[in-house]
Design a protein around this ligand. Structure first.
Ligand code: F3S
Length: 64
């Protein structure tokens, strides 16, 4: 599984990083700059919750 972050939709709410700090990378202004990242099976549930918590829908969860 992978997460794909749409940087153009990110508004810097940072909920994602609060929920999953090891999966999300924020810049100095609090915008998500993770881009695309592989998620280990043990972290998949956490990644889905973090993606679902983003108010802007900026984080997609992609199987594969
Ligand atoms: Fe951005 Fe959403 Fe996270 S707006 S900082 S991707 S909670």
């Amino acid at each position: 599984m992978r997460i794909v972050v749409d940087r153009d939709r990110c508004m810097g709410h940072a909920v994602c990083a609060l929920m999953a700090p090891d999966l999300m990378e924020l810049d100095d202004l609090g915008y998500n700059v993770t881009g695309e990242a592989k998620v280990e099976p043990a972290d998949e549930a956490l990644a889905r919750r973090a993606a679902g918590a983003c108010p802007e829908g900026a984080i997609a969860v992609v199987d594969a």
